[in-house]
Design a protein around this ligand. Structure first.
Ligand SMILES: Cc1cc2nc3c(=O)[nH]c(=O)nc-3n(C[C@H](O)[C@H](O)[C@H](O)COP(=O)(O)OP(=O)(O)OC[C@H]3O[C@@H](n4cnc5c(N)ncnc54)[C@H](O)[C@@H]3O)c2cc1C
Length: 402
């Protein structure tokens, strides 16, 4: 086999948050690494662009909170290295009907993971937030300390810059079409649609919503990762209340449990607007999307009107932006060796199911461990195995679900 391209210890495919933080981690360990991206760097066509992502330690599954805590530390380390801010800390506030099984599981996880938390009645919530949140009777609030906002595009740029500073090579407009085994010298060859060929001893595939397409093309395996077209909305705060929703006024990142799951962040990226969005969307082909934002029904308007006591204009959003989720059936991540002929030479990481951004730094650490050492410590990966869908098409069974 002939090689026209360069040679690396590891080739990382996909320069979203996962690929970029992985390239940084690998370069930091003194290994040569190439990061390939199909579009321009920092494009807006995948999942890691935009103005804000929530970080919170509250999860109904026991296995995510510890990862968030490590990730939070790694966000701060990266910020210290680059010298600017991508992580704005606040408290985090969850709410929902007290009978909601997922919210009950979240509270149990706070207990079992020793996450400092306070459970609040509607009256206590109203006092705590000076009327900014109002919960109906039968609802409950959960206040935790680890919360806040991450700046996605700036954070991806940060990891790419840090990776370059550590010697990584970054190439955009390189659409990977093939990953093949190099039978002569071991390792793999990555081939792009413009005919470039790169040799790597190992490879990490972190291509977000394109995961199913690429892995199908590479080895005929059909991963259960469904891209969803989703929409983020910003709503106008009424003039008299603008300051109430700022971080500086103690306003937290928040989530509301139930159908639908609603989440949001303090007023930060657009003056006078607050992000309030619905977790979910519509199945899409990542290469044939409608770019139009799609709004998700009247429920959100009445939720805003009632929860924020009329302080936010609820008729329609002021700004709507589209984005893509990569959903697995159980909404757990997919992190594993690709296996087959590739064995442990190719690591895949996808299916972040709309809750991966906060984990970017810890996922980068895990993927670097897996691809360089064949194993990782500190995080139990059994929930993220590829094989779980062979045992049960729905994946991990969640005890708290109906
Ligand atoms: C609206 C919205 C809100 C969200 N809110 C939150 C939140 O509040 N908190 C949170 O933690 N998470 C949140 N998420 C989820 C989080 O943003 C994603 O989990 C995360 O960004 C996924 O990153 P990724 O690197 O896996 O994918 P991507 O960012 O999509 O990166 C994959 C990259 O691979 C490239 N690529 C694809 N195919 C190829 C190829 N063949 N060759 C080369 N390159 C290729 C793509 O162009 C892309 O740049 C949200 C997501 C959305 C869309």
């Amino acid at each position: 086999m002939e090689y026209s391209g360069e040679q690396f210890d590891v080739i990382v495919i996909g320069a979203g948050i996962m690929g970029s933080s992985t390239a940084y981690q690998i370069a930091k360990r003194g290994q040569t690494v190439l990061l390939l991206e199909q579009f321009d760097f920092l494009h807006q066509l995948g999942s890691s662009h935009g103005e804000s992502r929530t970080i919170r330690a509250t999860y109904p599954e026991n296995y995510y909170s510890g990862m968030v805590i490590e990730s939070s530390r790694l966000w701060e380390e990266a910020e210290a290295e680059i010298g600017y801010r991508v992580y704005y800390k606040t408290a985090h506030f969850d709410m929902g009907p007290s009978s909601n099984k997922t919210l009950i599981a979240v509270m149990e996880c706070c207990e079992s993971n020793a996450i400092p938390h306070r459970v609040l009645t509607p009256k206590q919530v109203s006092e705590e937030f000076s009327g900014r949140f109002e919960l109906p009777e039968g609802w409950v609030g959960l206040s935790t300390e680890l919360g806040g906002v991450l700046k996605p595009t700036k954070a991806v740029s940060m990891f790419q810059t840090l990776a370059i500073k550590r010697g990584a090579v970054l190439r955009d407009n390189m659409e990977v079409k093939e990953i093949v085994k190099d039978d002569e010298r071991g390792g793999i060859v990555v081939i792009t649609s413009n005919g470039s060929r790169f040799y790597g001893k190992k490879c990490v595939v972190a291509v977000g919503p394109w995961m199913r397409k690429l892995i199908k093309m590479v080895m005929g395996l059909d991963l259960p990762i469904q891209p969803l077209h989703t929409t983020i909305c910003y709503w106008r705060i009424k003039e008299a209340y603008k300051d109430d929703f700022l971080m500086e006024s103690g306003f937290p990142s928040f989530a509301s449990y139930g159908e639908p799951f609603i989440y949001g962040t303090p007023s930060l990226e657009f003056p006078g607007l607050i992000k309030i969005a619905v977790h979910g969307g519509y199945p899409c082909d990542p290469d044939k999307r409608t770019w139009a934002p799609t709004l998700l029904g009247d429920y959100v308007s009445s939720w805003i009107e009632n929860r924020f006591s009329g302080r936010v204009e609820s008729a329609e959003p002021a700004v709507a932006q589209s984005c893509m989720y990569s959903m697995t059936p159980d909404e757990d991540y997919l992190i594993d060796f690709l296996g087959g002929d590739f064995g442990k030479d190719v690591v895949v990481a996808g299916g972040f199911s709309g809750h991966g951004f906060k984990m970017g730094p810890v996922i980068g650490r895990i993927l670097a461990d897996l691809v360089l050492n064949g194993e990782t410590k500190g995080v139990e990966l059994k929930h993220f195995r590829l094989g779980r869908f062979e045992e049960n098409a729905k994946g991990n069974v969640k005890e708290y679900e109906d």
